[in-house]
Design a protein around this ligand. Structure first.
Ligand SMILES: NC(=O)c1ccc[n+]([C@@H]2O[C@H](COP(=O)([O-])OP(=O)(O)OC[C@H]3O[C@@H](n4cnc5c(N)ncnc54)[C@H](O)[C@@H]3O)[C@@H](O)[C@H]2O)c1
Ligand SMILES: [Fe+2]
Length: 380
């Protein structure tokens, strides 16, 4: 038996932020990072709260790839202030932190603090997922915590909050959206509902990601990518992800490469591995099931080509083209700041952690440790 539900109520379109005036909560803790709390955009969130006589406090101690100790600091702040609602305003790191903070605070005190998520990047879709990715900095591991109790009650999508995102972050987070949609679409848990959401997200990435990268003030492209991020989040919340995320988490935890960038660099390699199609491939009588999925994705992007092999190759080429256009390196060596010996020495340990990562379990092809090590080697 399968089921599909969307627990988070999503506010979007013109004046979506006005929902803050109507919130049925009285004492609010805004969870954010120092970038947002120090920017003029903070007023976009605090003004409607002040004008509707809500009591609030700002907690801004969130950092990228949130480590466990920062979650503990957040839980202490919540237990001390005792809010009835958290409003998370920021990128995936902020929303994931708020989810984990709320979860632990609620469990410790049997409280029912609500969570409203307002994303300021178009990337993780965290505003509608039951995932929270927390980093263990001592053991260099990123853990996806998964629980439906972490789903925010409400999400507010306002593209005005994304316009300040610099091109490199637009590129990384946009490729995260595309990776979510592609992995959800090819996951062994995919279903008609998740597929519909993933297809729309892929189409939008094809039409609007480059536009948003080239002109951050292109509000139409920004709005589309903001919606695509949420659609892809809904898709993978239902279907889960795959090896791409399982491997990207380890690169992020070990070498502090931005999450979306790690995904973008891996994506061509993962499609080659999952499809069994590389530059040397010749046409075959039969292909694994996921190959048809990659062909459908290529079709959605307008890349349909001569036959199955050339179409999957066109998809891989298009992803590499997007990475090049948006200045995302194609390999770890191209990044220029990671010593080769250090990278290679960590491969066995990263491969084991990638196999144990919760995302890898739904990959369409079961990888061995040797497969994963080879992909990490090829990524150098
Ligand atoms: N929960 C999930 O379902 C899920 C899915 C994928 C990834 N993740 C996790 O989310 C995190 C990545 O999130 P992210 O990609 O959104 O990046 P992020 O939240 O780490 O933010 C990246 C940088 O962009 C800045 N930033 C955010 N909004 C901005 C704005 N409007 N203008 C200018 N700068 C802005 C931040 O201050 C930060 O320095 C990782 O920890 C990743 O593992 C979670
Ligand atoms: Fe992701």
């Amino acid at each position: 038996m399968k089921s599909f539900d969307i627990k988070t109520k999503i506010y979007f379109g013109d004046n979506a932020i006005d929902r803050l005036r109507e919130l049925p909560y009285k004492k609010i803790m805004i969870v954010t990072d120092k970038f947002f709390s120090g920017s003029s955009m903070l007023r976009i969130v605090t003004q409607p709260l002040s004008e509707s006589n809500k009591e609030f406090r700002v907690f801004n101690d969130v950092v990228p790839d949130p480590p466990i100790d920062k979650i503990v600091v957040g839980v202490k702040a919540v237990l001390e202030y005792k809010p009835d609602c958290l409003i998370a305003v920021g990128g995936g790191s902020v929303i994931d932190s708020a989810k984990a903070i709320r979860e632990f605070a609620n469990r410790m005190h049997e409280s029912k603090i609500a969570l409203v998520a307002i994303p300021t990047t178009s990337g993780t879709g965290s505003e509608v997922t039951s995932f929270s990715v927390i980093t263990d900095p001592i053991h260099h591991i990123k853990y996806p915590l998964v629980s439906d109790t972490m789903l925010p009650e409400e999400a507010i999508l306002d593209e005005d909050l994304v316009k300040s995102v610099p091109p490199n972050v637009t590129a990384d987070t946009g490729m995260d959206v595309l990776t979510h949609a592609i992995e959800a679409y090819t996951s062994i848990n995919n279903n008609e509902f998740s597929a519909a959401l993933a297809e729309k997200a892929i189409e939008i990435c094809g039409a609007f990601l480059l536009r948003a990268y080239l002109d951050g003030n292109d509000w139409h492209a920004r709005r589309k990518m903001h919606v695509a991020s949420c659609l892809a989040g809904l898709a993978f919340n239902s279907a889960s992800l795959g090896l791409n995320h399982g491997m990207a988490h380890q690169i992020g935890a070990n070498f502090h490469i931005a999450h979306g960038r790690a995904n973008a660099m891996l994506l061509p390699h993962i499609i080659e591995f999952n499809s069994g199609i590389n530059i040397h491939s010749r046409s075959q009588k039969e292909y694994p099931k996921q190959v048809e999925k990659y062909v459908s994705i290529a079709r959605l992007l307008g890349l349909q080509n001569f036959n199955t092999i050339t179409t999957v190759r066109a998809l891989v080429n298009w992803i590499q083209f997007m990475n090049k256009e948006m200045n995302i390196p194609l390999s770890i060596s191209q990044m220029g700041n990671i010593p080769e010996m250090e990278y290679r020495s960590k491969i066995p340990q990263m491969a084991e952690a990638a196999l144990a990562d919760a995302c890898t379990a739904t990959n369409p092809k079961v990888p061995t440790k040797a497969d994963v090590m080879r992909i990490y080697e090829e990524l150098w």
